[in-house]
Design a binder for this molecule. Structure first.
Ligand SMILES: [Cu+2]
Ligand SMILES: [Zn+2]
Length: 179
C-alpha cells in the first residue's frame, strides 16, 4: 500500500494534536491543593473555592450562588475562621509581606487581594484567578498555622483604599482546607 502526501500530512496533524493534548492539562485535571465551602451568615452554603497549581503559580476557582447581584470584593483573609454573623473572626487581609491594600496602591498589594467577582441577576457567579509567583512559597503563606479564609463582601473593592478597599460588610466566608 502506498501512502500519499496528503495522508502523511493528515497523520502529522493527528500526531501533533495528540502530543499537544498530552502537554496541555486542563486545570480541572490538576490536583487541587486546598478547597473551601463558602457560607452566608445564616449558615446556608452558597459556593465553593478550589486552589490548584497552574503554569505561573496558583489558580483559585470560585463558584457561588444565592448572593445579591453586582460586583463584590473577594479576598483571602489571614485567619481560617468564619464565625457568623459578621465573619470578623477571619481577621484582616492575608498580608505576609507587609504591603498596603490594593493593586492600584503604590504600596500594594496584599497577597489576599483578588479581583472583584461579578454576581449575575440570578445570584450566581464564577471566577478563575491566577495568583502569580512560586506555587510552593505562596501555598506556605496560605496554608499556615492559623489558616486562611476566603471572604466575599457586600460591595466592590476599589483596589486602593487601605486596609480593605472600602468593600463593606462580609457576606460570605469559607475556610480553606488543605487536601
Ligand atoms: Cu475581605
Ligand atoms: Zn487587601
Amino acid at each position: 500500500m502506498r501512502i500519499s502526501r496528503s495522508q502523511i500530512a493528515w497523520m502529522g496533524s493527528v500526531i501533533s494534536a495528540l502530543l499537544l493534548s498530552s502537554c496541555v492539562v486542563p486545570n480541572s485535571f490538576r490536583s487541587s491543593t486546598a478547597s473551601a465551602q463558602l457560607s452566608r451568615p445564616d449558615g446556608i452554603l452558597i459556593g465553593t473555592a478550589n486552589l490548584s497549581r497552574s503554569d505561573n503559580g496558583l489558580t483559585l476557582s470560585v463558584s457561588i450562588a444565592s448572593l445579591p447581584p453586582g460586583k463584590k470584593a473577594l479576598h483571602l483573609h489571614m485567619i481560617g475562621s468564619c464565625l457568623p454573623p459578621n465573619f470578623k473572626s477571619a481577621g484582616s487581609h492575608l498580608n505576609p509581606d507587609g504591603k498596603a491594600h490594593g493593586m492600584h496602591n503604590p504600596q500594594g498589594k496584599h497577597l489576599g487581594d483578588l479581583p472583584n467577582i461579578s454576581v449575575a441577576a440570578d445570584g450566581t457567579g464564577t471566577a478563575s484567578i491566577t495568583i502569580e509567583g512560586d506555587a510552593d512559597e505562596t501555598l506556605a503563606k496560605i496554608i499556615d498555622a492559623d489558616g486562611t479564609a476566603i471572604v466575599i463582601h457586600t460591595g466592590l473593592d476599589d483596589y486602593s483604599t487601605d486596609p480593605a478597599g472600602a468593600a463593606g460588610p462580609r457576606i460570605a466566608c469559607g475556610v480553606l482546607t488543605a487536601r
